[in-house]
Ligand binder design. Sequence first.
Ligand code: DQA
Length: 145
Amino acid sequence: MQTVYVLNGPNLNLLGKRQPEIYGYETLADVEATCREIADDAGLTLKFHQSNAEHQLIDWIHEAREDAVGIIINPAAYTHTSVAILDALKTCDMPIFEVHISNVHQRESFRHHSYVSLAASGVIAGCGTQGYELALHRLIRLLQA
Ligand code: DQA
């Protein structure tokens, strides 16, 4: 079975409780459950992870480069700061989708720049937690093409 990684960066463990006016009330467990349903229907194995540590995200990206066919990543604040995560993603020869729950372009100017976008096949921002579903559907479409 083909494997897809969904990776989540810092503070996303608090999804549902953290600034719900921006990020909504769905939890990361809710997001995972929805992604799992979609992946199951498509016959994909889903690896779904969250970490507050940059090195852990990089280690999962290294894992993904060996055994995955695609990566969906919400790097959270590391989006705007991490050359290391960009470099790790650049080693992966597969579709990569960057997801942001909020519309980062409507927020503080430091959120307007993304290092990760330089490695992303596509970027989804401002669609709420549905952004993960949209990214997964797009990835499945690419894998079936
Ligand atoms: C975020 C946007 C980032 O700017 C922020 O640091 C996050 C979440 C989003 O999903 O909208 O933690 O990636």
